[in-house]
Write a protein that binds this ligand. Structure first.
Ligand code: AMP
Ligand code: GLY
Length: 425
C-alpha cells in the first residue's frame, strides 16, 4: 500500500523509519518531511494546513493510508476531511482531538466519569480566576484552554505568580488559546507518559516513557517540546499499567464513544504518579515527540497493521510485541531554543555518529543544502539508542552525540538520570 505521513519532526522520522521497514508499505511519502525523512520516504512540499491540497495529492499518488503526526492538523479536522474524501486516515477526528485541543473539555470529561485528575475550575475572566487562586492557595497551576505549543501551562509557586499568569493569558499573551483558562491543584509525584492505541472502542497499551521538558541539565531552564526521553518509564510496572488502563484510558474511551465522538488513534496520557495513584495531567491526541523515537526503537512488531486496525475498529484481538531493552534519545537543539535561534548552520559527523552500535539518528529540523545537512528548526536531531540498560543506551547515545560536529547546537548531558540512578541502587 501507499502511505503518506504528515509532519516534519523527529517523531515523523521515527514513524517513517518504522513504516518503511514494513512489508506492507509500497511507496512511502512524507509532507513536508525533512532531510532525514528523505532517506526513508519521498518528501512532498505540501502545506498540510491546506486540506484540499493534501486530498488532491492523496488522489494523485493513490494513497491508501495517511498517518497524521502533529496535533494542529488533527484539531483542524484533517482526519474528518480525508475520510469524507474516501481516504483512510490514522488519527482522531476533530471532535475526538478535543481531548488535546481543549483542556476544559478534558477536565469536564474526567469529572463526569471519575477519571482521577487534579481538582480544577474553568474561567473566562480574571476576577473570578484570581478569587479562586486566593481561596485555593499556592502552588497552583494555570493552563490556557487551547493549543499553545507547549507554552500554555504555568506552575505557579506563589499567588503573585499565579495572578501574573492569569493576567498574561487573559491579556492575549497566548493568543486565542488563553481566552479561557483552567486552574487546577498542584500534583505531587513523578511524571510519566503512557501511550495507548485506540480504535474507538478498544484500547491497547503501547509503551511508557519519561521525558525531560526543561531546556538545561538538572531539569532547569525554560520548558521545551522535550529535550530527551527514555522508555520504559520505571515508575509504571504491569500492575500500574493495568490500573491506568482501567481508571483513566478505558473510561475516557467509553465517554468519548457515548458522546458520539469515538476516539481513534494514539491517546497519549501525561500522568502524575502520586501517592494516591495515577492522575491525569493532560491528554495529547497523537504520538509524543521525542517519545516516539524511543517507542519505535523498542517496537518489534510491524506498525502498519496496528495503525490499520486502529483505523478500522479491529483492535480487540490485536497484540504488539516489544523489545524488553530500554531505549533513550538525546535531543540536539539550536542554541537559543526554545527562544530565538538561527537556521542554516552546518551539521557534520552524522555518518560516524550513526555507526555507533544500537544508534539511530532521527532528524527534526534539518534540510539538505548543497550536499550538506543544515539546521532548520529549534529541535534539530534526536540521537537515539537501544541498550541492555538505560545506562547502556545512554552511553551509546552520548557516544554518537560526541561524534556530531555542530558548534551552534546544544543538548542536555543528563538525559535518563532518574532511571540511571534507579538502576545503580
Ligand atoms: P502540560 O503542558 O499540561 O503537560 O504541562 C506541562 C508540565 O507542567 C507538565 O509536564 C508538568 O510538569 C506540569 N504540570 C501540569 N499540570 C500540573 C499539575 N496539576 N501539578 C503539577 N505539575 C503540573
Ligand atoms: N514530548 C511532549 C509532547 O510530545 O507533547
Amino acid at each position: 500500500m501507499n502511505i503518506l505521513i504528515l509532519g516534519s519532526g523527529g517523531r515523523e522520522h521515527a514513524l517513517a523509519w518504522k513504516i518503511a521497514a514494513s512489508p506492507l508499505a509500497d511507496r512511502l511519502y512524507c509532507a513536508p518531511g525533512n532531510a532525514g525523512i528523505a532517506r526513508e520516504a519521498e518528501c512532498v512540499a505540501l502545506d498540510i494546513a491546506d486540506h484540499a491540497a493534501v486530498i488532491a495529492f492523496c488522489r494523485e499518488a493513490s494513497i491508501d493510508l495517511v498517518v497524521v503526526g502533529p496535533e494542529a492538523p488533527l484539531c483542524a479536522g484533517i482526519v474528518d476531511d480525508l475520510e469524507a474524501a474516501g481516504i483512510k486516515a490514522f488519527g482522531p477526528s476533530r471532535a475526538a482531538a478535543r481531548l488535546e485541543g481543549s483542556k476544559g473539555f478534558t477536565k469536564d470529561l474526567c469529572r463526569a466519569n471519575t477519571v482521577p485528575t487534579a481538582a480544577y475550575e474553568r474561567f473566562r475572566a480574571p476576577a473570578p480566576a484570581k478569587a479562586y487562586v486566593q481561596a485555593r492557595g499556592a502552588p497552583i497551576v494555570i493552563k490556557a484552554d487551547g493549543l499553545a505549543a507547549g507554552k500554555g501551562v504555568v506552575v505557579a509557586q506563589t499567588l503573585t505568580e499565579a495572578e501574573g499568569a492569569i493576567d498574561m493569558m487573559f491579556a492575549g499573551g497566548l493568543g486565542d488559546a488563553g481566552g479561557e483558562i483552567v486552574i487546577e491543584d498542584f500534583l505531587e509525584g513523578e511524571e510519566a507518559s503512557f501511550f495507548a492505541l485506540c480504535d474507538g472502542e478498544t484500547a491497547i497499551p503501547l509503551a511508557t516513557a519519561q521525558d525531560h521538558k526543561r531546556a538545561f541539565d538538572g531539569d532547569k531552564g525554560p520548558n521545551t517540546g522535550g529535550m530527551g526521553a527514555y522508555s520504559p518509564a520505571q515508575n509504571i510496572d504491569a500492575t500500574m499499567s493495568a490500573r491506568i488502563m482501567r481508571e483513566i484510558i478505558a473510561p475516557t474511551l467509553r465517554a468519548m464513544k457515548a458522546q458520539g465522538s469515538p476516539y481513534k488513534g494514539v491517546l497519549y496520557a501525561g500522568l502524575m504518579i502520586t501517592a494516591a495513584g495515577p492522575k491525569l495531567i493532560e491528554y495529547n491526541a497523537r504520538f509524543g515527540d521525542p517519545e516516539t523515537q524511543v517507542l519505535m526503537l523498542r517496537l518489534k512488531s510491524d506498525l502498519v497493521p496496528a495503525l490499520l486496525a486502529a483505523r478500522d475498529g479491529m483492535l480487540k484481538s490485536f497484540d504488539l510485541r516489544w523489545y524488553d531493552e530500554p531505549a533513550l534519545t538525546v535531543v540536539m537543539a539550536a542554541k537559543g531554543y526554545p527562544g530565538a535561534y538561527v537556521r542554516g548552520t552546518v551539521i557534520e559527523g552524522l555518518e560516524a555518529a550513526s555507526s555507533v552500535e544500537g544508534v539511530e539518528i532521527f532528524h527534526a529540523g534539518t534540510k539538505a543544502e548543497s550536499g550538506k545537512i543544515v539546521a532548520n528548526g529549534g529541535r534539530v536531531l534526536s540521537v537515539s539508542a537501544i541498550g541492555k540498560t538505560v545506562r547502556a543506551a545512554q552511553g551509546r547515545a552520548y557516544a554518537a552525540v560526541a561524534k556530531i560536529v555542530w558548534p551552534e547546537g546544544f543538548y542536555r548531558h543528563d538525559i535518563g538520570w532518574r532511571a540511571v540512578t534507579r538502576e545503580m541502587t
